[in-house]
Design a binder for this molecule. Sequence first.
Ligand SMILES: CC(=O)N[C@H](C=O)[C@@H](O)[C@H](O)[C@H](O)COP(=O)(O)O
Length: 224
Amino acid sequence: MTLPLADSLKGRLIVSCQAPPGDPMRQTDTLVRMTRAAEAGGAAAVRVNEPEVVAAAVAAVDVPVIGLWKDGDTGVYITPTVRHALALVEAGAAVVAADATARPRPDGSTFAELVEAVHAAGALVMADVSTFDEGRAAAAQGADFVGTTLSGYVPGTPRQTAPDLALVADLAAAIPVPVIAEGRIATPQQAAQALAAGALSVVVGTAITAPTALTRAFVAGLTS
Ligand SMILES: CC(=O)N[C@H](C=O)[C@@H](O)[C@H](O)[C@H](O)COP(=O)(O)O
């Protein structure tokens, strides 16, 4: 059985509307305007950080809101605990995105417990993984979507500059839940390649919604 939400995302773009701590764009109204711009441009869903922004985005757009809650920047920081996950459901997230890497969670919960709690509260779960084994485990633990979000970002693993399309293809061929390509997708061509590799849907963040990082890249290009 496919979920109605999965049908609405199939072959389409999800825009991640986030800004890092200290960035001038990190303001709820600004982030919500990004979600409205994404919707106006044809995005099938938006992905936003923190309950306050989730609640404001849910009120502002008609497309589904994927919520995450980044807490800290080391270890498990994307929706690290059941408490964070349930706060996102409370704020109206249709899908809760959470770290499903093979690392201990700060509240001692398992990923399966987080999935169970989110499902009981009435929302779906996107598992943010970094490897094939984590993706397979997340699917077995009940995740509704598996995203390649954390590939290249787990300490001790190689940093990458290109999207991990091999991971998208390997997971799409092996697991029974939809795979969402996310991370370093910088061009429409790469987004199309991710779909061709088997992704249900593609998340793009920096290349659309991060003027500070994009400006830095142009500045670096002029001086290198
Ligand atoms: C690793 C991590 O914390 N990723 C975060 C997850 O929500 C965001 O910082 C990324 O911007 C997002 O995944 C989209 O990726 P990109 O910005 O490369 O299109």
